[in-house]
Each structure stands twice: as structure tokens, then as C-alpha cells.
Write a new protein. Structure first.
Length: 85
């Protein structure tokens, strides 16, 4: 979930980039151009943070600990959702 404003700003750019055929999929595009990533209010933030830390769920037995800043960011996102509801 993202704001309407963010969607209206970023989605046309994502769509235009995908039409160029330079990217295999949206994940490849967002890896190349992270500024186009939509802010998500789901546990995807945590997944992305863990993957950026080198965590491989297919090989690693346990996930690394998130930093205090990452925990605060995650909490902020959930509080924001709560306030929107």
C-alpha cells in the first residue's frame, strides 16, 4: 500500500521503463532504479532489509538482527497504517 500521490508519480515512470524492454521484470528495474520503488506498508520492508544484509532464506538457518533504525522504520510504517485506518 502506498499513497495515491506516490502511485501517480512513480507508476507512470515504472510503466515507461518497462515498455523500453531493457528490464526482464519489475524487480530488475527496481534494482537498477531504486528511486522508483513504491513505499510499502507490509512486511516486504523487513524482507528487503534482510536480503540487503545478505540473508538467504534458502540457505541460512536464522535471519540476522535488524538494526535499531530498521526496527524504528518498520514500526513507523505500521503506526502510519493504523492512523490512516
Amino acid at each position: 500500500m502506498c499513497t495515491v500521490e506516490e502511485w501517480e508519480t512513480k507508476y507512470p515512470k515504472i510503466e515507461a521503463e518497462m515498455k523500453t524492454g531493457k528490464y526482464k521484470d519489475v524487480s530488475a528495474l527496481l534494482k537498477a532504479k531504486p528511486e522508483l520503488k513504491l513505499k510499502e506498508f507490509s512486511k516486504q520492508y523487513v524482507r528487503d532489509a534482510l536480503l540487503e544484509m545478505g540473508f538467504d532464506p534458502t540457505k541460512d538457518k536464522s535471519a540476522p538482527k535488524l538494526s535499531d533504525d530498521q526496527v524504528v522504520e518498520c514500526a513507523y510504517r505500521y503506526i502510519h497504517i493504523y492512523e490512516m485506518i
